[in-house]
Design a protein around this ligand. Structure first.
Ligand SMILES: [Zn+2]
Length: 109
């Protein structure tokens, strides 16, 4: 449940920024290697009771390219990434995917 811990940190950061005031919108930048559905589900769960309960989660996709020996720098989809290993969308080789920031908080309104 990698997403859950990421979102737990996000919810914590949002609450601090909002200082207890109700939040209506949370904008994040999120690596496309993180499944968006899992992210939204985690957010809904963790924000359910608190100042973020009514907040809309806006996700800006961040493509994290894979540096594969075949020369491809295409960004692997979430389904192509397992932990820190990714399957190259071009040649199918498995390589280590650079550790990404994953989730970045942009704005809390
Ligand atoms: Zn490749």
């Amino acid at each position: 449940m990698h997403e859950l811990s990421l979102v737990a940190e996000l919810v914590e950061a949002c609450s601090q920024r909002a200082g207890g005031a109700p939040v209506s919108l949370v904008r994040v930048r999120c690596a496309t290697t993180i499944p968006e559905a899992a992210l939204r589900e985690s957010f809904r769960l963790l924000a359910a009771d608190g100042p973020l309960a009514a907040a809309v989660l806006e996700i800006e996709p961040l493509e994290v390219p894979l540096a594969c020996p075949c020369g491809s720098t295409a960004a692997p989809a979430a389904t192509d990434v397992v932990g820190h290993l990714a399957v190259c969308p071009s040649c199918g080789a498995v390589s280590a995917h650079a550790a990404t920031p994953g989730l970045e908080l942009l704005e809390v309104l």
